[in-house]
Design a protein around this ligand. Sequence first.
Ligand code: AMP
Length: 277
Amino acid sequence: MSFNALGLAEPISRALSEAGYTTPTPIQAQAIPVVLSGRDLIGIAQTGTGKTAAFALPILHRLAPGKKAAPKKARVLILAPTRELSSQIARSVKDYGRKLHLTSTVVVGGVSIRPQIKALSTGVDILIATPGRLMDLIEQRAVSLNEIEVVVLDEADQMLDIGFMPAIKRILAMTPAKRQTLLFSATMPKEIRQLSDRHLTDPIEISVIPAKKTADRVEHSVMHMQPGAKMGALASLIRDRKGERVIVFTRTKRGADKAAKRLEADGISAAAIHGNK
Ligand code: AMP
């Protein structure tokens, strides 16, 4: 399977081969035809699967011959949870679209809003944004979403965790009902399912599992227990593996400190490392 076979415009497939992309990843092979057809899409995929190109390439293709964005309007809106991810998407869009005459801009919090207002004043084909800053810009009338043709929600579950769900709902309500909506998420918690039920139209759902997550020599097992029993169980697991060195991962820095302390108290030599040290 090649990018040409997927029906992408020549300037796009040329930019891709110059970037060293020869074959589409599984999410790209499945998602690109769906997006090109104009259908809504739910993509269950993590970072690293090539999901950015899976939505960016067909969007660039569909915008390629089109009209220009009017002042203070955008044609495509890509929402992402963080500054870092937004900038990464913006770089990819610029890269894949460098043979097309399209404009894109990224608006995120934590930096001055003035240059963002200026960039939006002439209108922009592709707007990449974090939800909070986009709401600020809408309230300041720097941009309006009533001519949006495509909305992408990238890492929807992360946006939910950060607390962006109310902003996302308000933003979607400001876009035309007759738009294409693409939702990407690594997981599908109930709130994301509800969001897609409400705001996507008859979506096609695609799920890709990262190729191989563990080496063959790694054995996996799960123990179900009450939270209070975890540390004792951990200590006895480690004691059973006498002489072996063990890495324990915890969710939080405090959790790492607590685990190390508890193991030490049980006579197991342990130390915590984390970003506060
Ligand atoms: P993403 O999952 O979108 O964060 O992409 C992960 C990485 O894979 C990025 O560094 C992309 O540049 C790269 N990538 C995406 N699609 C392809 C492809 N078809 N061939 C080679 N590299 C790719």
